[in-house]
Design a protein around this ligand. Structure first.
Ligand code: VG1
Ligand code: CO
Length: 545
């Protein structure tokens, strides 16, 4: 076995975004040393890597298998003590987070571009999670990026490719390489949190039908093992359960637009009682009931309000957190429970410190992400099981749970409008212009509504005092109504503008309106401010959720 130090030329664009480094597959595949540089940059920021344990896995998208072999070779040459790899190179993001924690690893490398499309023309991504199991915080990703701009060599072992199809282990130089069952540990963890017996009673009877759409992404094997094998849901309840390198040509993003087959099914008169979907790497979730859609914002609030009914959370919650653009529905629950509610920038990495310090137990984002202190990532199947456990305890339909929540707490009408593939310069200019106009916005009346405050969200981490600025332009109206503007940090082509719109309603007779209608005036105000026609030649958003 030989270790070789290979001279390389640095790239200047390896800056991780909201969730890791994401680029078109070709950028990784066709640029010499592109993947290698980034992996070595990660390792060089880990001085204690010799002898340490590393977790490696990905969502199975195109280039996953090839990239993993490269990463293993670099890891061997960097003298890790142990590398644990999911069978076939596959691990869902929450399962990887769990393994890092369980095996006290120094960290893990997760290969995924999450909800972005895959295949030879799609996206690829790589993310580093630290010893707590969570996405590396900004100070770490900044270090990796800085290092990557000056890297001049990477280390590589010249071993043969590792057989990833079979579970087993081998030792190469100083490193033990283990291919492990990707599903079992995670399924056991779920079983330790939820009342599987109650859920089994619900699912194995004839009265309650569920459908879970794995979207040909990573959750298929997890969902089959947990929902069908352990919990007795009928075979075939898991749709699109075979992970494919191109996700069957679809967009593995569980929302009303991309999971439309599931949505059509659930909206039928005799549709399933419960429907759910997850994304490319298994950390997102969409929850549906018969003829009913649960906004992720409401889902977070409902989970928080009912957590004590779930075995894993029966002692109550230390606190909750949401990303800034996420609706304030959970804030009302926190107030009612008399627990703290934190507001963080977009991206799961900002929840890590709060979870580690036991300030919060549950957290979530409007982007179909919910999770808890059981791992340090959002967790799609966890949210599904939480809902099923709730339904099994409450013996209520999804729609009834939602309605009674609104009756008690009021409803935060909420929508997100995305304009995708915009000219990057024009998008940055819009944000710069809005920032400049902040003083002018304060007190301004637009279409009959007064902006009572306006700012650019800045966050100081309460644990380590690190500051993250310019995290989104916020316009506040009366009674908690808000419009938030920010640019996406996960795309690979042009810019995506996200416009988040929210309005609170507590009149019991006005809780069942159509969301877009209820928010119409605010939507028009947002359009007047962003001028999508003039600035981007767009007449409507590309995706509305
Ligand atoms: C989006 C979401 C954000 C989420 C991130 C990663 O980021 O808005 O809430 O944490 O994706 O999700 P952005 O910067 O594009 O708005 V995933 O499922 O890619 O790990
Ligand atoms: Co994801």
């Amino acid at each position: 076995m030989q270790f070789i130090s290979i001279p390389t030329t640095a790239y200047s664009d390896q800056e991780p975004g909201t969730s890791g480094l994401r680029k078109k597959v070709n950028v990784f595949k066709d640029n010499k040393g592109y993947l290698e540089n980034f992996v070595q940059a990660i390792f060089d920021t880990l001085p204690e890597r010799e002898g340490a344990t590393l977790i490696v896995g990905g969502d199975g998208r195109f280039y996953n298998a090839q990239a993993i072999q490269t990463i293993i070779k670099i890891a061997i040459a960097n003298e890790f003590g142990k590398i644990l790899i999911g069978q076939n190179g596959i691990l869902s993001t929450p399962a990887a987070s769990h393994l890092i924690r369980k095996h006290k690893a120094i960290g893990g490398i997760i290969l995924s571009a999450s909800h972005n499309p895959g295949g030879p023309d799609g996206d690829f991504g790589i993310k580093f999670n630290g010893a707590n199991g969570g996405p590396a915080p900004e100070n770490v990703t900044r270090k990796i990026y800085t290092y990557s701009k000056n890297i001049f060599r990477y280390l590589m072992a010249d071993n043969k490719n590792i057989e990833l199809r079979e579970i087993g282990s081998e030792k190469i130089a100083k490193t033990e390489i283990k291919v492990i069952d990707a599903v079992k540990d995670y399924a056991d963890l779920m079983e330790s949190l939820f009342d599987f017996e109650k859920i089994r009673n619900l699912l194995s009877g004839n009265d309650f039908k569920i459908v879970f759409d794995a979207m040909h992404a990573v959750t298929g094997p997890y969902a089959k093992e947990i929902l069908e094998d352990r919990l007795g849901a009928k075979k075939g309840s898991v749709w699109n359960g075979k992970p494919l390198t191109d996700f069957g040509g679809g967009h593995p993003d569980p929302n009303l637009v991309h999971a439309h087959e599931l949505v059509e099914k659930i909206m039928q008169d005799n549709g399933p009682d419960f429907g759910a979907a997850s994304d490319g790497d298994g950390d997102r979730n969409m929850i549906l009931g018969r003829q009913c859609y649960v906004s992720p914002n409401d889902s977070l609030a409902i989970l928080a309000a009912n957590a004590e009914l779930i075995p894993g959370y029966s002692d109550g919650l230390n606190g909750v957190a949401r990303s800034m653009p996420t609706s304030q529905a959970v804030d009302r629950v926190a107030e009612h429970l008399n627990i703290p509610c934190y507001e963080t920038p977009t991206g799961w990495k900002f929840f890590g410190n709060l979870l580690d310090a036991e300030k919060i137990t549950l957290c979530g984002e409007e982007s179909f992400g919910t999770g808890s202190d059981h791992v340090r990532e959002k967790d799609g199947l966890w949210a599904v099981l939480f809902w099923l456990n709730l339904i099994a305890v409450k013996q209520q339909s999804v729609a009834d749970i939602l309605d009674s929540h609104w009756q008690e707490f009021g409803r935060n009408y909420y929508t997100r409008h995305d304009y995708e593939g915009l000219n990057s310069q024009a998008a940055s200019k819009l944000v710069a212009d809005l920032r400049k106009r902040l003083p002018e916005f304060k007190g301004k009346n637009i279409q009959g509504m007064t902006i009572i405050n306006a700012d650019d969200f800045s966050y100081t981490d309460p644990i380590d005092d690190s500051v993250s600025q310019q995290q989104g332009i916020r316009l506040f109206f009366e009674n908690g109504s808000r419009i938030v503007f920010r640019l996406s940090g996960t795309g690979t082509q042009g810019a995506t503008l996200r416009v988040y719109i929210e309005k609170y309603e507590d009149n019991p007779d006005k809780l069942q309106q159509d969301t877009q209608l209820a928010l119409q005036r605010l939507i028009h105000i947002a359009e007047e401010i962003t001028e999508p026609g003039e600035r981007f030649q767009r007449t409507a958003p590309d995706v509305i959720t």
